[in-house]
Design a protein around this ligand. Structure first.
Ligand SMILES: N[C@@H](CCC(=O)N[C@@H](CS)C(=O)NCC(=O)O)C(=O)O
Length: 216
């Protein structure tokens, strides 16, 4: 059994991006296995055997196939002892942010990005303007909540970067990719700029390739 992390996903996935950011910030070595949605890799028996919900990301480690980006971030934080908050109260706050992110922030940005890829001819998707506006409205509502929380704060929980920031930052980076102007939420824009200053942080399509790769 290998103890090396193996991340399955695509650079076009904001949920894969969150896990890749965490691995990069921790300086963890990992193998990247590119899952091509255009080629249907996500529907192959080999992929379905490790992804019980048929989704990316999947992180293989220690004989397990871990799924759901927020849960993977918690696993990595526990395993590597990084970005997990300083006490039980902070860990609870972090978990609440992870659930909120999975419920409210991630989905409308994911849907908006899917339609953007559709408009670019990269996915067989196109959206009625009312549907596009609905996704963007829900993304705006969530970004406004993030903005309110970040007023006068450097990070979402406590005074250090945690997996709550890493999860939400992953989504905000994709909001930018689908032309949502984050300048409307200045606290979010400042917080994202602070995170992006770290040398390990790179935009999604620079952090991960559209091919298998080793990160050593
Ligand atoms: N809540 C999941 C969302 C994962 C997700 O939606 N992944 C997308 C790619 S970004 C996917 O695999 N979509 C294919 C599908 O759902 O069939 C997570 O956080 O990991």
């Amino acid at each position: 059994m290998t103890d090396r992390f193996i991340l399955h996903g695509t650079p076009h996935s904001q949920f894969t991006y969150k896990v890749a950011l965490m691995l990069a910030l921790c300086g963890a070595k990992f193998s990247f296995r590119y899952v091509s949605f255009r080629s249907g890799t996500h529907r192959t028996p080999a992929f379905r055997a490790i992804s019980r919900f048929g989704q990316v990301p999947v992180l293989q480690h220690g004989g397990r196939a871990l799924v759901q980006a927020g849960a993977i971030l918690e696993y990595l934080s526990d395993h590597l002892g990084r970005f997990g908050g300083q006490d039980a109260g902070q860990r609870q706050d972090i978990r609440e942010w992870l659930f909120w992110d999975t419920d409210r922030l991630g989905p409308p940005i994911y849907s908006s990005y899917g339609l953007k890829l559709g408009a670019m001819g990269l996915l067989p998707l196109n959206g009625d303007p009312a549907v596009v506006a609905n996704y963007r409205g829900r993304a705006s509502t969530a970004l406004a909540i993030l903005d309110g929380t970040l007023a006068g704060r450097t990070f979402l929980v406590g005074d250090a970067l945690t997996i709550a920031d890493i999860a939400c930052y992953g989504d905000v980076a994709f909001a930018v990719r689908c032309d949502i102007d984050t300048a409307q939420w200045p606290n979010v824009a400042d917080w994202a700029a602070r995170i992006a200053q770290r040398p390990q942080i790179r935009p999604p399509l620079e952090l991960l390739p559209m091919a298998n790769a080793e990160f050593d």
